[in-house]
Design a protein around this ligand. Structure first.
Ligand code: SF4
Ligand code: SF4
Length: 83
């Protein structure tokens, strides 16, 4: 499969519903780069205001493909993926 022009071997992709996505809200600036880069971004990532500041919120990780693009674009190193 190709994600943003990068070939990702199918064996490296997570099965649906087995990825856990954690956002470190102390590091997150709410920039939205994760949502923009993720092939399923509008289904997974939402930018919301919490305690007066914008942060990324994961709504439905079952769409995650395990491609790790979100991790690679996050300048704040705020995203952790686990499966
Ligand atoms: S890319 Fe990182 S800092 Fe930007 S909204 Fe996503 S988690 Fe937050
Ligand atoms: S690893 Fe990140 S960029 Fe890739 S599908 Fe999952 S949430 Fe989206």
């Amino acid at each position: 499969m190709k994600v943003h022009g990068t070939f990702i071997p199918k064996k490296n992709l997570a099965s649906p519903q087995d990825m856990k996505i954690y956002i470190d809200e102390k590091k997150c600036t709410g920039c939205g780069a994760c949502r923009a880069a993720c092939p399923k971004g509008p289904r997974i990532y939402f930018i919301e205001e919490k305690d007066g500041r914008a942060v990324a919120v994961v709504k439905d990780p079952s769409w995650c493909l395990g491609c790790r693009l979100c991790v690679s674009v996050c300048m704040e190193d705020a995203i952790t993926l686990e499966n």
